[in-house]
Design a binder for this molecule. Structure first.
Ligand code: ATP
Length: 257
């Protein structure tokens, strides 16, 4: 298998409590990989380890054949491993277009002094408009980012992530808190942006996982319980037991199979 991201024995302890224990994960290049598990399973901690927002207690992480275990988030971003920005990273008073232009300027190694270099930023306009088109935000280009409805903000977040030209994108619950209509739009969007790159996503909505992911890793109590295609994993008795009473859709899927 051509793995783009691999961990060996990845562990994170908080004051002796093992949030992530001995996780050896392999993400195939070009795939959409889902990380799922019941509440408290360690998904967020694992995600933060992979994106370098938390240092591991032990274990290694390799990206594209390089050991990134000790690197900083900005360093791995430059290597092409990019985490989607949090909504708080969107500048609320700038327009949607300006937000993407700023992200493009950062990608080119520019500084943050965008307030006095409007003419420079205009050069990024064409590319910014392309990215807005990609995420379906063209009609919102001149709106203040802070005024966007929630689902559209997540789309803007994906556009600013795409501005960094990632080889691999890490998405933390891209559909969390969304209406059904927004969920459908984000699913379509993730499918589109996954073309030509690898995506790893933490996601609670199992319907989304089923529709999007090629491979799923199930975590419980910080450890990998099962891994494989959704159809296979959702029939695994241990996975069903772990989810029992917490999510009827996965047990329902198994019952119908
Ligand atoms: N900074 C921390 N200090 C102490 N314990 C932590 C810390 N971060 C996470 N934990 C614990 O580690 C475990 C895993 O948490 P984590 O947030 O990674 O799970 P999760 O699968 O993302 O859960 P959820 O689906 O509820 O978001 C939990 O028991 C949590 O309380």
């Amino acid at each position: 298998m051509d793995a783009i991201l691999e961990t060996q024995g990845l562990s994170k302890q908080f004051l002796g409590f093992t949030a992530v224990g001995d996780v050896s994960l392999s993400v195939r290049r070009g795939s959409i990989h889902g990380l799922i598990g019941p509440n408290g399973a360690g998904k967020t901690t694992c995600f933060n380890l992979l994106t370098k927002f938390l240092p591991p207690t032990s274990g290694t992480i390799r990206f594209n054949g390089r050991d990134i275990t000790r690197m900083k988030p900005a360093e791995v971003a430059r290597l092409g491993l990019v985490r989607s920005f949090q909504i708080s990273a969107v500048f609320p008073h700038l327009t949607v277009l300006e937000n993407v232009r700023v992200a493009l300027q950062r990608q080119r190694g520019g500084s943050f002094d965008f307030w006095r270099s409007d003419s420079v930023l205009r050069r990024f306009d064409a590319r910014a408009r392309d990215l807005l088109e990609d995420v379906g935000l063209t009609a919102f280009a001149q709106r203040a980012a802070g005024e966007l409805p929630y689902g559209r903000k997540r789309a803007l977040e994906i556009a600013t992530t795409l501005a960094l030209e990632p080889t691999m994108m890490l998405l933390d619950e891209p559909t969390a808190g969304m209406t059904a209509e927004d969920v459908d739009r984000i699913v379509t969007l993730v499918k589109r942006v996954a073309e030509g790159r690898t995506v790893l996503m933490v996601e609670h909505n199992l319907k989304v996982v089923e529709g999007l992911c090629d491979t799923i890793t199930v975590l419980t109590r910080g450890r990998i319980l099962a891994e494989g295609p959704y159809a296979e994993v959702s029939r695994n008795p241990e996975v069903i037991a772990a989810y029992l009473g917490t999510d009827p859709s996965i047990t329902g899927a198994a019952a119908h199979g």
